[in-house]
Design a protein around this ligand. Structure first.
Ligand SMILES: Nc1ncnc2c1ncn2[C@@H]1O[C@H](COP(=O)(O)OP(=O)(O)OP(=O)(O)O)[C@@H](O)[C@H]1O
Ligand SMILES: [Mg+2]
Length: 260
């Protein structure tokens, strides 16, 4: 199993951010991790990438407990956070070179691959400029290039498309699909539902720290008893969005007696 969460929980003070999540993601799967703001997506990903100690439960990458054997487990993974904070005084190209050297990728291998990745994300022209001069989207894209340069078995992306323009978002989607078809596992958090709907093999919906639905799009539709339901319908139904929407509509109504 590429990724395994066993009864994983995280408590911040009295706030149960992640509550007993159990989940398995197979090698080669493109898994979409969906949920509203504050649902626990980033917290879960940080536990899976060894950045945050679980309050209880176990997170494993390729069968290795990431918290107790971080060095061994981290060889297999790459992680692109929602706000990549990468070395501002390196150029894009130097950053990729740096990541490649840390992971022991040979020069012959990474040079060609780096050039391809930079081209894919329209960064070729800017590769010799300092990262501090990059826009938010460009920083995100160079972080993705760095993550992919060492060909990880398991890739974690937290809200990867938020800063990306449509061309880059499409390039990322196509690339992830291709890499997963070739055997990489991707765990992608998003609240942009079309992304999950278009490209993921399976999605898990987390709400208030717990998995409320898990399966392929077809399975989720069956769960909802509709053959046509969009992921948005299922998502809103399961995460309480409908109640919130009704409240917003209610608040938007004029007070009784108010003159229109
Ligand atoms: N460092 C922290 N200290 C205290 N509470 C935190 C901390 N980080 C997150 N939380 C809380 O944990 C819960 C889950 O947050 P998390 O960032 O995992 O949500 P998310 O699903 O990634 O949301 P978003 O879609 O907004 O990125 C929230 O209630 C949040 O306030
Ligand atoms: Mg988050």
């Amino acid at each position: 199993m590429a990724i395994k969460l066993s009864d994983l929980s995280k408590r911040y003070g009295s706030n149960d951010a992640v509550r007993g999540v159990s989940l398995e993601v197979e090698q080669g799967e493109l898994f979409g991790f969906l949920g509203p703001n504050g649902a626990g997506k980033t917290t879960t990903i940080k536990m899976l990438t060894g950045l945050l100690e679980p309050s209880s439960g176990i997170a494993e990458i390729k069968g290795i407990n990431i918290w107790t054997s971080p060095i061994e487990a981290k060889k297999h993974l790459a992680y692109v956070p929602d706000h990549p904070n990468i070395y501002p005084k390196l150029t894009g190209w130097e950053y990729i070179q740096f990541v490649a050297s840390v992971f022991g990728v040979s020069e012959d291998t990474y040079e060609k691959k780096a050039a391809e990745l930079l081209e894919t994300f329209s960064l070729t022209e800017r590769a010799d400029e300092l990262i501090e001069s990059y826009s938010h989207g460009m920083k995100q894209k160079i972080a993705i290039c760095g993550a992919l340069i060492h060909e990880p078995d398991v890739l974690f992306l937290d809200e990867p498309t938020v800063g990306l323009d449509p061309k880059s978002a499409r390039a990322l989607k196509n690339l992830l699909r291709k890499l997963c078809d070739e055997g990489m596992t991707a765990f992608v958090s998003t609240h942009i539902l079309e992304i999950a709907e278009e490209m993921c093999d399976r999605v898990g919906i987390i709400a208030d720290g717990q998995i409320v639905a898990l399966g392929t799009m077809d399975e989720l539709r069956q769960l909802e008893g509709t053959s046509e339901g969009s992921l948005e319908d299922i998502f809103l139904e399961l995460t309480g969005g409908e109640a919130e929407q009704a409240l917003i509509e209610e608040m938007g109504k004029p007070e009784s007696g108010e003159i229109k």
